[in-house]
Ligand binder design. Structure first.
Ligand code: NAP
Length: 252
């Protein structure tokens, strides 16, 4: 059987890095996309290789694919790179995302646009791009990283909530369109996860979050990566159009 290939967008840091490493451990070839942090992306590449070797998958290949997913031409190039190198795309994890927070009444057009462009248009461009190769293979796994903010909203994040809720709508629609083609499309909705994205929050806010989370701890990138790895597996073929909350019970 041919080795599977996974593209993980925004894999230079945080949740994306953990997902890339987890899929490498499962024996997949990995395409690490990032926007600008080249050194961090190289670190992900080294970690993927190390973890793959440790789990007995020393023959996998890991490559970097720089590109801004809010730009359609960059998404085309990321997928072209993957196909040129590996000849197939089996798994797409739309993980790259940004925040530009402020209350709705003060939010600038620019901050609204860039968040929606990156967190909603980007996954759409990427999904559209992988459709043909996945249909040809009669196999595909698409996992979109949404957020509990897309489910329940969050003051100060009207742009982010709109994009993440839109991503859920897109996931369900694409799941219906692809269901007879062997392609599943699911979303995960993380709660509060310890990454650069959340590190700017003051310590007292972090403490109050911890108290509000039923399992009484903040999530780790690995908490998300384990679930994504399952949804990317052959065994998850009967799950499509699902939204899996991974939030320690925050949004129960
Ligand atoms: P992070 O630590 O800030 O990392 C963001 C990643 O996205 C980086 O690899 C970054 O690349 C990449 N990126 C940003 N803009 C990009 C663009 N235009 N094109 C390509 N790559 C881009 O974020 P994170 O916390 O790991 O979040 C990952 C995903 O989980 C996001 O979709 C986020 O919305 C979602 N999420 C996070 C949390 C949380 O609590 N952390 C909760 C719910 C959902 P560079 O390094 O090159 O900038």
């Amino acid at each position: 059987m041919e080795r599977k290939t996974a593209i993980v967008t925004g894999a230079s840091r945080g949740i994306g890095r953990a997902i890339a490493c987890e899929l490498a451990k499962e024996g997949m070839n990995i395409v690490i996309n990032y926007a600008s942090s080249e050194d961090a992306a190289k670190k992900t590449l080294e970690e993927c290789r190390r973890e793959a070797i440790e789990s007995g998958n020393d023959e996998i290949k890991v490559i970097l694919a720089k590109g801004d997913i809010s730009k359609v031409v960059d998404c085309e190039n990321i997928c072209k790179t993957a196909l040129e190198e590996f000849g197939r795309i089996d798994v797409l994890v739309n993980n790259a995302g940004i925040t530009r927070d402020s209350l709705a009444m003060r939010m600038s057009d620019e901050d609204f646009d860039i968040v929606v462009k990156t967190n909603l248009y980007g996954p759409f461009y990427m999904m559209r791009q992988v459709t043909r190769p996945m249909m040809k293979q009669k196999f595909g796994r698409i996992i979109n990283i949404s957020s509990v903010t897309g489910l329940i909203g969050n003051a100060g994040q009207i742009n982010y909530a709109a994009a993440k809720a839109g991503l859920i709508g897109m996931t369900k629609t694409f799941a219906r369109e692809m269901a007879t083609r062997g392609i599943t499309v699911n979303a995960v909705a993380p709660g509060f996860v310890d990454t650069d994205m959340t590190s700017a929050l003051p310590k007292d806010v972090e403490k109050s979050m911890e108290t509000a989370i039923p399992v009484k701890r903040i999530g780790t990138p690995n908490d998300i990566a384990k679930a994504v790895s399952f949804l990317a597996s052959d065994g998850a073929g009967y799950i499509t159009g699902e939204v899996l909350r991974i939030d320690g019970g925050l949004a129960i």
